[in-house]
Design a protein around this ligand. Structure first.
Ligand code: HGY
Ligand code: MN
Ligand code: MN
Length: 417
């Protein structure tokens, strides 16, 4: 432990910040809608960077809009970093991403109040567009940060509403001047990275366990399909004459479910977005655009799922006489976190008297990108009912306290090397 064993976060202060941030982009049912680079995202960023400055952090904003608040240590050099994201999906909860950033700020406040200076600097990061819901891929900001996606390519990305990342970043005033990683430019140095996040799944709650020591993140495959058929009269067109983009979209959605059931194990598949044109009751649709999200903890199995779907789509295009164009939106192989970091999370949780279990993450996280440049790890706390990406997302306050206290002491341990 860090020699400050009795140190604890202030739970009410942390909950207060979470509540205040949840008012920005608040939607019916207690959730939040702050899609990346919208006015609501700007308002959230303004609030959080204000808190960072109030805490005495040196705030830098890089060219993809990542915000890093730096707390100097006794020594110069690469910081120990924590953080997450504050952009949300359209039906977001108040904890996804936000908890990791708010807990990072609470750690800083706790250290400030205790007059504790760490050996190495500490940093709290807010990564741009982790969700990828408006601009694919997800984890875009942290991927650019570590040099995994060229900045120009990220800025040129066109979103689901036709806007580009670059234009929106400039519009909200977060196109920063701090250099960010790119294949050409070395990624900023980070000594270690730890992210606190809600599990967003049912495992911890079902097992009555408080802490997840996350071993890694499963593979992610996002594809958009554009299907071109022929619009025709719903009443006069014999079934044998149809080239029905709507039917083809529905067949793909059903096949995604069938492949997941057939493969079993960790295979999951989702058709989350679907639009038809002209989207009228009495017209056979001429166009359908849908997205498929496939994930698996095993890379080979994920590739098999992709192969099965691609074969189905090719045969469907043939049999229905439609054109189907696939566009890759995101593809990340499974990531394993640094075993020593996973062991640290587990051991510290046990030392703090918390129940803990090792587990993979079903969701993508910025930590999986930071793992490319430094030892990275994650702390999970339970999600009530396993619900997330839903306004009903909830984590019990005592679980938040457990996760934030664990983050506090893990960061102290890492920053005092
Ligand atoms: O899609 C995900 O896994 C994350 O919410 N970005
Ligand atoms: Mn998240
Ligand atoms: Mn999310």
């Amino acid at each position: 432990m860090s020699g400050h064993d009795a140190l604890r976060i202030d739970l009410d202060r942390l909950l207060g910040r979470l509540d205040a941030l949840a008012q920005v982009g608040a939607i019916e049912g207690g959730g939040v809608c702050r899609l990346a680079l919208t006015d609501a995202d700007r308002a959230g960023r303004d609030l959080v960077t204000g808190w960072m400055r109030d805490l005495g952090l040196r705030v830098s904003i890089d060219a993809i809009g990542n915000v890093v608040g730096l707390r100097p240590g006794r020594r110069e050099g690469a910081p120990v970093m924590t953080g997450s994201h504050i952009d949300t999906v359209r039906t977001g909860g108040r904890y996804d991403g936000n908890l990791g950033v708010m807990a990072g700020l609470e750690v800083v406040r706790t250290l400030n109040d205790a007059g504790i200076e760490t050996d190495f600097p500490l940093a709290v990061a807010v990564f741009t567009n982790e969700e990828g819901a408006r601009f694919a891929p997800d984890m875009m900001g942290s991927l650019v940060y570590v040099g995994g996606l060229p900045l120009a390519e990220a800025l040129a990305t066109v979103g689901i509403d036709g806007a580009t990342v670059g234009d929106e970043l400039a519009r909200i005033g977060y196109a920063g001047d701090a250099p960010c990683g790119s294949p050409a430019v070395r990624a900023p140095a980070v000594r270690a990275y730890v992210e606190l996040h809600v599990e967003q799944g049912p495992v911890l709650e079902a097992e009555g366990v408080t802490i997840g020591a996350v071993e890694g993140v499963q593979g992610i495959s996002w594809t958009e399909y554009t299907i071109r058929g022929v619009s025709n009269h719903a009443g006069t067109t014999p079934m044998r004459m149809r080239h029905d983009a709507g039917f083809a979209a529905g067949a793909i959605a059903a096949e995604v479910r069938r492949i997941a059931a057939e493969m079993g194990g960790d295979q999951v598949g989702t058709v989350g977005a679907l639009t038809l044109e002209p989207n009228l009751i009495n017209v056979v649709p001429h166009t359908a655009v849908l997205t498929v999200d496939l994930r698996n903890t095993d890379e080979e199995a994920l590739r098999e799922a992709e192969r099965r779907l691609a074969a189905f789509v090719a045969a469907l295009a043939e049999s229905e006489g439609v054109g189907i164009v696939a566009r890759r939106l995101a593809r990340f192989e499974p990531v394993a976190f640094d075993p020593a970091m996973v062991a640290k999370v587990e051991a510290l949780a046990q030392r703090q008297g918390r129940s803990v279990r090792r587990m993979p993450s079903g969701a993508g996280h910025d930590a999986q990108m930071l793992a490319r440049i430094c030892p990275a790890g994650m702390i999970f706390v339970p999600s009530a009912g396993g619900v997330s990406h839903n306004v009903r997302e909830f984590t019990a306050t005592e679980d938040i306290r457990a996760g934030a206290d664990l983050l506090l002491h893990l960061l102290l341990d890492l920053a005092n090397g």
